[in-house]
Design a protein around this ligand. Structure first.
Ligand SMILES: [Zn+2]
Length: 261
C-alpha cells in the first residue's frame, strides 16, 4: 500500500515539473492571463501544436528520441532531467517525512533555476519575496519557541559578507557593482534561515563540490571556457534536497572519518 503512495508522489513530481517548466517558459515569453494557463503547448520551431503523447513527462522524450515529432527539432535535455529531478526529490521528501515547507522551498528553487539556466540570473521580485518569507518564518518560529530561532542565519550572513569581500578584492568595486548577479547568494541566505548551521555548511560544500566537478567536466569536454558563468542555483537546489533528506547520516559519516583522521 505504501508503495502506491511513493509511486504517486513520484509521478506528481514529474507532472508538476512539466507544468512548472511550461509556466516559467510562458512567464519568460510574457504570455498574458488566461493564455498563460490555457493555450496549448506548441513546438518552438514549427509552431505545430503538441499532442497528448508529446506531453508525458520523461517518457515522451525517450519515445521521440528527444526530438519534436513533427519537425525533428531537438528538445532541450533540461526538460526530462528536471522532471526526473523533481519526481525523485518529492519522493525523497515524502519518504523521509520532511516538513511541508520543504516542498514549497523545492518548488521555488526549481522555478528560479529555470531563469538561472537561461539568463545566468534570477528575477528580483520572487527572490526578494523568498527572502522575506525566510524572515517571516524566523520571526514566527522564534515567537512560538519563546526564543530567537535564527537557525544558520548568522552563518549565511557571514558567508555572503565573505563572498562579497572576496569578489570586490578580485574584481574591484566598480566591476562588482555592475557585473554580478547577486540573486544566487540571496537565495543561499534565505535557505540559511530554514536550515541548521550544520545543514547549511553541508549544503554549501556539497553544492560547491558538485559545481566544481561539473566545471572540470565542462573544461575537459571543451563546452566551457574561462568566461563561462556557471549558474549556481541548480547546485544549491540539489544540495538543499540532499541536506533536508539525508544530512544526519552524512554528518555522522563525516564525523566518523574525522575521528579516524
Ligand atoms: Zn517542431
Amino acid at each position: 500500500m505504501q508503495n502506491i503512495f511513493y509511486i504517486t508522489i513520484f509521478c506528481l513530481g514529474l507532472v508538476l515539473a512539466s507544468f512548472l517548466n511550461a509556466l516559467m517558459y510562458r512567464i519568460d515569453k510574457e504570455y498574458k492571463y488566461p493564455e498563460i494557463f490555457i493555450k496549448p503547448s506548441h513546438c518552438e520551431k514549427c509552431k505545430k501544436q503538441l499532442q497528448w503523447y508529446d506531453l508525458i513527462p520523461v517518457l515522451s522524450y525517450i519515445f521521440t528520441k528527444g526530438k519534436c515529432s513533427k519537425c525533428g527539432k531537438k528538445i532541450n535535455i533540461y526538460y526530462p532531467i528536471s522532471e526526473l529531478f523533481l519526481g525523485i526529490s518529492m519522493f525523497l521528501l515524502y519518504y523521509t517525512s520532511s516538513p511541508w515547507y520543504t516542498y514549497v522551498i523545492l518548488v521555488i528553487l526549481f522555478s528560479l533555476t529555470y531563469f538561472d539556466l537561461v539568463y545566468k540570473a534570477i528575477p528580483q521580485t520572487p527572490t526578494l519575496l523568498f527572502l522575506l518569507s525566510g524572515l517571516i518564518y524566523t520571526v514566527i518560529n522564534s515567537f512560538l519557541n519563546h526564543e530567537l530561532v535564527s537557525n544558520a542565519l548568522l552563518s549565511g550572513l557571514l558567508l555572503i559578507l565573505g563572498i562579497t569581500l572576496l569578489l570586490i578584492l578580485m574584481y574591484g568595486f566598480k566591476n562588482f557593482k555592475e557585473g554580478f548577479g547577486f540573486g544566487d547568494f540571496l537565495v543561499l541566505l534565505t535557505l540559511s534561515m530554514f536550515l541548521t548551521t550544520q545543514q547549511f555548511w553541508l549544503l554549501f560544500w556539497i553544492s560547491i563540490f558538485i559545481a566544481l566537478i561539473v566545471s572540470i567536466l565542462g573544461f575537459i569536454t571543451k563546452k566551457y571556457n574561462r568566461k563561462t558563468a556557471l549558474p549556481l542555483l541548480p547546485f544549491f537546489t540539489l544540495g538543499y534536497i540532499v541536506v533536508v533528506t539525508y544530512s544526519e547520516p552524512i554528518l555522522k559519516y563525516l564525523s566518523s572519518i574525522l575521528i579516524i583522521l
